[in-house]
Design a protein around this ligand. Structure first.
Ligand code: HEC
Length: 422
C-alpha cells in the first residue's frame, strides 16, 4: 500500500501546477499540443514561447515578429505564430531556433489564426479587414474580403473547408469555398470566436455578450457573460462547456446546452487575454496581463497552486531610481541574485565584467557565448540600443529595445549597482 502510494506520488508531476513565467509582456495567445505535453504562448513582448508543461519551463523562445505575437497554434509538425506585423511564421518542432518560413500575409495586424482540422491550411483574420487561407506547404493564400474593419476571429467548421469569421463590424460570416458568405448580424462588435468540435459557434462581444449558435449557425442565443468586453472564448474539447475571459479579468465557465454560468475563476483581477483547455478538458489555462500562464481546475474553478499576484516591482529590490523602473521590463526573465533561480534568462548577478554566456548553471542558446563581448555598462547599453537580435544574432532573448539614451544610461547604472557581487 505504502509503495503504491509512493509510486502515485512520484507519478504526479511536481511542477505541473505552477505558473508559466518568462514573458515580458501580456500573454496574448495560448495553445496546447494534442498530447497536452507542450504549450505555445504569444506575447506583446514580440516573442512566442514553447513550454514543457510537465516541468513548467520554457523549451524555446521563438522570435520572428516585429511587434506583438497575437495568435499561435499547433500544426502536425510544429507551431505557427502570427503577429502585429501581418506575418505568419511556421516552426518545426525539431528545430525551434528559427522559423521554417515567414510569409507576409496581411498589410495590418493579424488578430487570430486557425489551423484546419486536417492540418494542411492556416486561416488568418486581420485588421486589414480580410481573411486569408494559406496552405501549410506553401503556395499563395486564398483571400476572403467583405468585412468592414477589423476581423478578430476565424475558425474552420468540422467539414474542414467552411470558414467562419467574426468582425468588429458586428457580423459573423460563414464562408463556403465558393460564392458569397452568409452574413449574420449581431448586436455588438465581435472580439473573439471559437468553434466547437461538433460545429457549434461561440463569439465574444465588445459589450460582454456571449453569442452562441448551433452547428448550422442557427438558433442564436445571447448570454450576458461579463460587464466588460469579452476578449477570449473557447469551447472545452467535448463541446459541453465554454470558457470566457473579459478585459477586466473575469473568467467564467458556461454550460453549452443550458447557457448557464457554472462558476467564475477567482483570479488576480487583471485582464485575461487567452484561454486553452487541456486535451482531457480537466485543466483550463489562462494567459494575462500579469505575463503569466495560470492553471485552473476546469471542473470546479480552483486555482492549481497558490495565486501569486506578481508585479514586476516586487520581483527585485527597487531602489526607487529611474533605472529600477526601466529594469522592470527585464525582471520577469532575469534575477539580480546569485541563487540560480530559473527564469527564462540567466541571473545578471555579477554581470558587469563577465564574458558573454558564462553564468554557471544556465543553458544559453547555441553560439551565444561565441560573440566577442564582455558585459560592461557600455556593451549592455549597446545591446538594448541595437536590440539583441542585431547585437547578438541568434540569441533567444526576445527582441526588445530601450529607445531613449537616458533610459539606457539609467538602466545600466542600476544594473551596475544592483548586480554588484556582495
Ligand atoms: C523574455 C525574457 C527576457 C527579457 C524580458 C530580457 N531578457 Fe535578457 N536574456 C534572456 C535570455 C533567454 C538570455 C540568454 C540569451 C541566449 O542564451 O541566447 C538573455 C541574456 C541577457 C544578457 C547576457 C547575459 C550573459 O550571461 O551573457 C544580458 C546582459 C541581458 N539578457 C540583459 C537584459 C536586460 C537588461 C533586459 C531588460 C531591458 C533583458 N535582458 C530582458 C531573456 C530575456
Amino acid at each position: 500500500m505504502r509503495a503504491l502510494l509512493l509510486a502515485l506520488l512520484l507519478a504526479t508531476p511536481a511542477l505541473a501546477q505552477g505558473e508559466l513565467r518568462g514573458h515580458g509582456g501580456p500573454v496574448r495567445a495560448l495553445a496546447l499540443t494534442p498530447d497536452g505535453r507542450e504549450a505555445i504562448t504569444g506575447s506583446f513582448d514580440s516573442s512566442a514561447i514553447v513550454w514543457a508543461l510537465q516541468a513548467g519551463t520554457a523549451r524555446a523562445v521563438l522570435r520572428a515578429h516585429d511587434g506583438a505575437v497575437n495568435a499561435v497554434s499547433v500544426t502536425p509538425n510544429g507551431f505557427v505564430t502570427a503577429g502585429e506585423d501581418g506575418r505568419l511564421a511556421l516552426w518545426s518542432s525539431a528545430d525551434l531556433a528559427k522559423p521554417v518560413r515567414i510569409d507576409q500575409i496581411h498589410t495590418a495586424p493579424i488578430a487570430a489564426l486557425s489551423v484546419s482540422p486536417d492540418g494542411t491550411q492556416i486561416a488568418t483574420a486581420s485588421w486589414d479587414s480580410s481573411l486569408a487561407v494559406t496552405p501549410l506547404n506553401g503556395g499563395p493564400p486564398r483571400r476572403y474580403e467583405g468585412h468592414q474593419g477589423n476581423v478578430n476571429g476565424v475558425g474552420f467548421m468540422p467539414d474542414g473547408t467552411t470558414l467562419v469569421s467574426a468582425g468588429y463590424d458586428a457580423t459573423l460570416r460563414i464562408w463556403p469555398t465558393q460564392g458569397a458568405p452568409r452574413i449574420i448580424k449581431l448586436d455588438a462588435p465581435l472580439n473573439t470566436l471559437s468553434i466547437a468540435k461538433d460545429g457549434r459557434i461561440a463569439a465574444g462581444g465588445a459589450d460582454g455578450s456571449l453569442f452562441l449558435l448551433d452547428a448550422q449557425a442557427n438558433n442564436l442565443r445571447r448570454i450576458e457573460a461579463a460587464e466588460s468586453p469579452l476578449i477570449a472564448v473557447v469551447f472545452s474539447p467535448d463541446s459541453t462547456r465554454i470558457a470566457t475571459a473579459s478585459s477586466r479579468g473575469s473568467v467564467t465557465l458556461f454550460d453549452t446546452a443550458s447557457g448557464k454560468a457554472l462558476f467564475t475563476l477567482n483570479g488576480p483581477g487583471l485582464p485575461v487575454w487567452s484561454l486553452a483547455f487541456s486535451p482531457d478538458g480537466k485543466v483550463l489555462f489562462t494567459g494575462g496581463s500579469d505575463r503569466l500562464v495560470r492553471r485552473w481546475n476546469a471542473m470546479n474553478g480552483d486555482h492549481l497552486g497558490p495565486i501569486v499576484i506578481e508585479k514586476p516591482a516586487e520581483m527585485f529590490v527597487s531602489d526607487g531610481s529611474h533605472g529600477a523602473e526601466v529594469f522592470k521590463a527585464c525582471a520577469v526573465c532575469h534575477t539580480l541574485t546569485p541563487d540560480a533561480e530559473s527564469r527564462a534568462g540567466p541571473t545578471l548577478y555579477g554581470v558587469i565584467g563577465r564574458r558573454i554566456g558564462t553564468a554557471s548553471g544556465y543553458v544559453y542558446s547555441a553560439g551565444f557565448g561565441s560573440h566577442d563581448i564582455v558585459w560592461t555598462k557600455e556593451t549592455i547599453a549597446k545591446l538594448f540600443e541595437l536590440g539583441p537580435s542585431t547585437y547578438t544574432p541568434g540569441t533567444k532573448m526576445p527582441e526588445q529595445r530601450v529607445g531613449a539614451a537616458e533610459d539606457r544610461a539609467a538602466l545600466v547604472d542600476f544594473i551596475e549597482k544592483a548586480a554588484r557581487p556582495r
